[in-house]
Design a protein around this ligand. Structure first.
Ligand code: BGC
Length: 774
């Protein structure tokens, strides 16, 4: 753990400069706008430890796979999230010394990520080796209004000297990925143009021919007065283009450079027009000016916050954390482009190449579904629909036939790019999360049209896969699923993982149910789909039903619980509480072999299933499972604590729920796992949101009805969240004594609060006393 972020309700604040924390802060203070993202690297040079990171959504690199023993079915490449040319750089030379915080004496350093208005601000005083002191203020934004624009304002005050300050704003194409498998550079620079106060660089990925143009426009002023007579030196080096401007500055004067950036990619423009388009964007930003861009940014963020903010009274650390999680999610994905998705590190790091994991469906979709217009989630679902062909090919490579679809574990373009057999071939529960997300979308939006147009084909492909993957055991006289890895990656190649089997059966039942719905409601759509997927109406639904009715689930009678998988009880049953602190996290201290043989669970697995299908279990059954699995879970995946928090809330165990909530919500801010320098855990941030809304708030949707069951941690005075459900916006505030619910939308809304049916008219507020134990 590393706690240096100052508590504040709306900002992430670091005070005092620490080179040790630099990589962590670069992750935490990252900016993004759905189309591109930027780690909080400094504009000026920095020679200390840093991870340069600038990412353009949808632009990737198929890095050659590196594995020990090749297995048939492995993908040839791993799609890397690509570090793009550096467009934020501004070198600053004071007389003959380069400003570099690693070698300067730094005072009054402060960095603030203003989440309310969406910008990054850094101020400091630096003493250079020759004793000259400068005071610097650097502000930047990646516009969420003009999503191909960024702007920086960088001011330098000459505190104790008069002299020459050289400014070198540039664009640098000679960048690398730290995680490159063979130390290759991934970019070619195709073209560079430079003029006074202007430069453009066109870069092309060495494979796949993605092209991105970066343009900058600059403006320099001294004490607020534009320096019109500066004649910049036009500079071009290999893969680097910039301007050098020398300005004579008197003591006490402030020199400011504004850098306006345009970034356009071949995802959206034809290659020939890219340079002109990016320059157009840079000019557009320059014409607006940074002040106007900041004002527009603040109102655009205000609109996002109105819909998605959660307010917590009485606990600033918790308030800051939930806003940080919501902010990061909203700056990673905006739902404007169905080719994009939410990567585990978003725009904050390279780790976890690819972008799309089951994290999207299992975690991010519940968040976007309830905090954004429905089309945002629809785009995420369409992303998978567009990859259906590839998922069928992917299953084909593993020997499945007749339209069975296996979605990849990790992907950008629909092709699998993960290559560890026990995960690539066996961690197949991801297919279930994709089907469940369709159900989740429909139950929240009633958009049945999605089923006709896209969803049903996906459900059929997935159900077909399960029907082939599950086999019949003549010994057990039941259907079984052999050789899988559940969400708990600390045990592989197991038989009958309860979560995977249960979810697979649910998928087959749900596919059957949806076929019925489409057939009844839109027969023409059914005829089209049936012909397209060559559906055998006589045999397939029956086969799915037979499997569901005769599936084997490992169960321990004595404990009254479903076992995570066959043989789980053969393991030595020790508890996490017995593990010495010095051996945690076990993945950093134990051999893999020891981990695999232990009973320790990386992340919610059986409990993940209990969470999904909670309405099928009574409270005692949920408690028995929780009491068995929670003490054996080490939570070494960021996706884990939130599910435990939600179930602890369901059981009315406020302390446990709160402990797990803190762990999920401040995972990055307090660096629980000593790894935030690599990037933030963006997808699990949605889990943090879930632990408030579904956990403390007890929000559920079953059979068309919205349920609320709020509890509140002792540490909070109140919390308020807003969700959207079937065209209604619902604001829920829970204090230590009561809950108020306000509904905005068309007409009345019927819901259940603490098990009681109520009707709330639009604009009306309902107040109920809390029932503390569920
Ligand atoms: C987890 C997976 C998850 C992946 C990306 C892994 O550590 O075990 O469940 O999909 O991280 O977040």
């Amino acid at each position: 753990m590393n706690q240096y972020i100052k508590a504040d309700p709306w900002s992430i604040i670091e005070e005092g400069f620490s080179a040790e924390n630099q990589r962590s802060s670069e992750s935490l203070f990252s900016l993004g706008n759905g189309k591109m993202g930027q780690r909080a690297n400094f504009e000026e040079q920095y020679t200390g430890k840093t991870l340069q990171g600038s990412y353009i959504a949808g632009i990737y690199y198929p890095d050659k796979t590196r594995v020990g023993w090749w297995k048939n079915g492995y993908p040839e490449y791993f799609a890397k999230v690509l570090n793009s040319p550096n467009y934020i750089g501004i070198d600053v030379v004071i007389d003959s010394h380069m400003l570099n915080l690693f070698i300067c004496n730094v005072r009054a350093f402060r960095r603030e990520l203003n989440m309310k208005e969406g910008y990054l601000l850094r101020t400091f005083e630096a003493e250079l080796p020759d004793g000259k002191i400068v005071r610097v203020e650097a502000k930047r934004l990646l516009s969420i209004v003009d999503t191909e624009c960024a702007a920086i304002s960088y001011s330098i005050e000459a505190v104790n000297f008069s002299g020459t300050i050289s400014l070198l704003p540039y664009i640098d194409g000679a960048v690398v990925n730290q995680d490159s498998n063979y130390d290759e550079a991934f970019w070619n620079v195709l073209r560079m143009d430079v003029h006074s106060n202007e430069a453009t660089l066109l870069a092309q990925t060495k494979k796949l021919d993605f092209q991105v143009a970066f343009s900058m426009r600059t403006k320099v002023s001294l004490d607020g007065k534009l320096c019109e007579d500066i004649r910049p030196e036009l500079m071009k080096k290999e893969a680097w283009v910039g301007n050098r401007m020398k300005v004579q500055v008197e003591q006490g004067q402030t020199l400011t450079i504004e850098k306006y950036i345009g970034v356009c990619s071949s995802l959206n423009y034809s290659a020939e027009t890219l340079c002109a388009e990016s320059l157009k964007q840079a000019k557009k930003a320059e014409e607006k000016g940074i002040e106007k861009m900041l004002t527009e940014q603040a109102s655009a963020w205000a609109a996002k916050w109105k819909q998605s903010d959660i307010q917590i009274e009485g606990d600033v650390a918790a308030q800051q954390a939930i806003r940080f999680n919501i902010f990061q999610l909203n700056q990673t994905y905006t739902g404007e482009d169905a080719r994009l998705n939410v990567g585990p590190k978003g725009f904050t790091g390279e780790k976890y190449g690819g972008t799309t994991y089951w994290d999207t469906e299992a975690y991010c979709i519940p968040f976007f579904l309830m905090t954004a217009p429905k089309d945002v989630t629809r785009q995420l679902l369409i992303y998978r629909y567009k990859h259906l062909e590839r998922a069928i090919e992917n299953a084909g490579k593993l020997g499945f036939t007749d339209g069975a679809a296996l979605y990849p574990m990790v992907t950008i373009n629909g092709e699998e790019c993960h290559n560890e057999w026990e995960i690539t071939f066996e961690e197949i529960h991801r297919n279930g999360a994709i089907a469940f997300a369709i159900h989740n979308y429909i139950r929240h939006t009633l958009d049945y049209n999605y089923l006709d147009q896209y969803g049903l084909e996906v459900l059929i492909g997935i159900a077909r896969f399960w029907a082939q993957r599950i086999t019949f055991s003549t010994e057990k006289k039941k259907y079984v699923m052999l050789g899988v890895t559940g969400p708990n990656e600390y045990e592989n190649n197991v038989n009958n993982n309860w979560y995977t089997s249960r979810l697979a059966c649910w998928c087959m039942s749900y596919a059957n149910e949806c076929i019925g719905i489409v057939k009844t409601n839109t027969p023409a759509a059914w005829s089209r789909i049936k012909a397209k997927v060559n559906f055998d109406e006589e045999h397939e639904p029956t086969k799915w039903r037979t499997i569901v009715e005769n599936m084997y689930y490992p169960y321990n009678e004595e404990l009254g619980i479903f076992l995570q998988q066959d043989g789980y009880m053969d393991k030595e049953q020790t508890l996490v509480a017995d593990l010495p602190h010095s051996q945690r996290p076990i993945n950093q201290h134990w051999s893999w072999d020891r981990i695999l043989r232990s009973c320790f669970i990386k992340q919610a697995d059986t409990l993940q299933g209990i969470y999904l299908f909670e309405n099928e279990f009574d409270t005692d059954t949920i408690a028995r499972h929780f009491d068995f699995y929670e003490p054996r879970t080490v939570h070494e995946s960021s996706l884990s604590p939130c599910v435990h928090s939600i179930l602890a809330s369901r059981l009315g165990r406020k302390d446990k729920a709160y402990e797990m909530y803190l762990r999920t919500s401040r995972l990055d801010l307090d660096d629980y796992n000593n790894e935030v320098g690599e990037g933030c855990h963006i997808t699990s941030m949605a889990g943090t949101w879930m632990s408030i809304v579904e956990g403390f708030g007890g929000k559920r949707v079953y059979e068309g009805r919205l349920y609320l069951n709020p509890i509140i941690p002792e540490q909070w005075q109140s919390y308020t969240f807003r969700i959207t459900f079937r065209g209604h916006d619902i604001v829920v505030t829970t204090t230590q004594t009561h809950t108020t619910i306000t509904q905005y939308g068309n007409g009345e809304l019927q819901l259940s609060i603490y098990g009681k049916e109520v009707i709330i008219n639009s604009g009306e507020e309902l107040k109920v006393d809390n029932i503390s134990n569920r």
